[in-house]
Design a protein around this ligand. Structure first.
Ligand code: FES
Length: 126
């Protein structure tokens, strides 16, 4: 069996939603101390709906595929749904990741949660 699913390879070669949102109202950045990979998520939220999401990932192929898939899963969703996104859901949507690459999908979950937290903090401090 191939190590990586077709979907992982597709999202790695052709990642969706790469880039920066200049007027993002939720930004999260996380890193994994062990592998040194870094992921940054930008959210543009209006009326509690995720209108746009972009990412920058300095990391391995699985991290790039995970961030790409995670952005696709939350785009257009209400904040309450995005908050429920787990790394397991991201990995499942990619038709699986090798066990030792699961931490890459954790990074995507954490980056999104961190961006959502930033959004909440900004809203409260308005
Ligand atoms: Fe660290 Fe993939 S090896 S995020």
């Amino acid at each position: 069996m191939a190590l990586y699913s077709e979907k992982v390879m597709d999202h790695f070669r052709n990642p969706r939603n790469v880039g920066v949102i200049e007027d993002a109202n939720g930004i999260g950045e996380v890193g994994n101390a062990k592998c040194g990979d870094i992921m940054k998520m930008y959210l543009k939220i209006e009326d509690d709906i995720i209108k746009d999401v972009k990412f920058e990932t300095f990391g391995c192929g699985s991290a790039i595929a995970s961030s790409s898939m995670a952005t696709e899963l939350i785009k257009g969703q209400p904040v309450s749904e995005a908050m429920k996104l787990t790394n397991k859901a991201v990995a499942e949507a990619l038709d699986g990741l090798p066990a030792y690459k699961m931490h890459c999908s954790v990074l995507a979950e954490e980056a999104i949660q961190s961006a959502l937290e930033d959004y909440r903090n900004r809203k409260e401090n308005k």
